[in-house]
Write a protein that binds this ligand. Sequence first.
Ligand code: PBG
Length: 340
Amino acid sequence: MSCYDFLVSTMTRQYPRTRLRRLRQASWLRSLVSENRLTVDDLILPIFVHGGDDIQAIDTLPGVFRWPLSQLPTICAQASDAGIKCVALFPCIESRHKDPEGRFSTHRDNILFSAIDTVKRLPLDLGVIADVALDPYTSHGHDGVLNRQGVVDNDRTVAKLCELAVLLCRAGADIIAPSDMQDGRIGSIRLACDQAGYTNQVILSYAVKFCSSFYGPFRDAVGSNQALNSASKSTYQQDPSNQFESAHEVALDLEEGADIVMVKPGMPYQDILYQIASEFKVPTFVYQVSGEYQMFFPNEEALDDANRIAMLMETLVSFKRSGAHAIVSYASLIAANQLR
Ligand code: PBG
């Protein structure tokens, strides 16, 4: 009997012989038959770092901050104490360091390099993910350099990303994560890492990244919103109405040498997450992005609202149900404390 036949025969078996409520009677029983479980091992915490020396609140992301290097050990200790094992670092670059080419990305004073080094020197067992993209460094806020027509130049951007990627490996990033959506960048970055001797470098590809309106608060946090000035990233990020294209993106990135793929954003793209996780059966992460966090926590009071936290926990387990191996969320710390 096939699985499907069994299911159908079960479904057509009549009440009262079949009572699905039997297994929902007690908490211990519900946990015995539960199909998915969210644990703290699934959570990755994004951390914004900046070059100043104060802890800065981000207006559009209540409870999320831009951390100075000196305070990085504080937030990392909080994460580690809560059981989180991996953080994703994002640099906030002062506008005076931004130019159309994003040159500061490969400058030795790029705060991201010292941030990686700082976290890796802490006596904590924390993995570090570093983003490979130019948007924190470009004056126009795009993820790459522009051609004469003002469109992101794919191949020239990939060359710059390779340079940045190798420097991130050198700085000690455990995982590098290209989030720029240029064609062929995973293959080129893999080759550049290999040639530089980083043959074991883990590459997490933002393989599926939609051109989403849910990135707004992140762009406020890193200051690329102002730079972008409402320009769109639709010539390189995916069209939200597409489904099958995602499998094409993932297949290419795996072929080019990605170890892990990511789907982003999370909640509005669960169909894609489920499809990718079930089709490819490779480690698949999901990014619950800034606009999603903002829906749960639009203001400070929301951070203390038990029902909002319950809503958050429900979405996180729904990512597990859709097949995610790990979840990047600004609410990772809230969730980790909730799980204890
Ligand atoms: C860009 C990048 C973005 C995010 C992570 N890396 C935004 C963008 O494409 O503009 C968004 C994350 C979020 O909204 O939380 N390299």
